[in-house]
Design a protein around this ligand. Structure first.
Ligand SMILES: [Zn+2]
Length: 179
């Protein structure tokens, strides 16, 4: 499966599956009613979130989630004037720390990959023997797709915003590929 196929056909369903695994255990401290919140804890094996996403799609899911969060954070932080138009009628995905204190802070999307490594091979018994989630091979295509997505957004919804400026803010945060 290409990552383009994944985004078009599976990501939204997999995000629903992931959220279902939270069983309602998600922060209600702040006013995040317009966002779909994911917290660091939800990658932990005690939640069924990641485990319920079909194994063959987990790598794609993590990479898609990474770029969703990254582009949202970049738009909010650096291009606030366009943020309303960027979000439109969607509920954006936000990544935060755990309650009671961490949920006041957005966390870097690369945490997604760190947590996924812990999920598969962390020190707890629950993660022993889990197969690692492979995502490195997906990154080159996904990165190119994200860059195209930014260009498309600027062309259609974020008028007068230069896509190269947005991408320049994303680039320093991209995960490195390879050794
Ligand atoms: Zn909270």
């Amino acid at each position: 499966m290409t990552h383009a196929d994944y985004l078009a056909n599976h990501f939204s369903a997999d995000f629903g599956i992931f959220r279902y695994g939270m069983q309602g255990q998600v922060c209600r401290c702040g006013d995040d009613s317009n966002a779909m919140l994911v917290q660091e804890q939800h990658f932990d094996p005690r939640f069924a979130c990641l485990g319920n996403v079909p194994a063959a799609r987990r790598g794609h899911f993590l990479v898609a989630l990474f770029f969703e969060v990254l582009i949202d954070q970049v738009m909010y932080t650096h291009f606030r004037e366009w943020y309303g138009a960027f979000v439109g009628r969607r509920r954006p995905i936000k990544l935060k720390g755990n309650c009671p204190t961490g949920c006041g802070h957005h966390i870097h999307p690369s945490t997604i990959f760190f947590e996924a490594r812990m999920w598969a091979s962390g020190p707890t018994a629950a993660s022993a023997g889990r197969p690692p989630i492979e995502y490195g091979a997906i990154l080159p295509e996904a990165t190119e797709l994200a860059r195209e997505q930014v260009a498309e957004l600027c062309r259609t919804r974020l008028l007068r915003l230069d896509p190269s400026k947005v991408w320049a803010r994303c680039e320093p945060h991209l995960p490195s590929v390879g050794p």
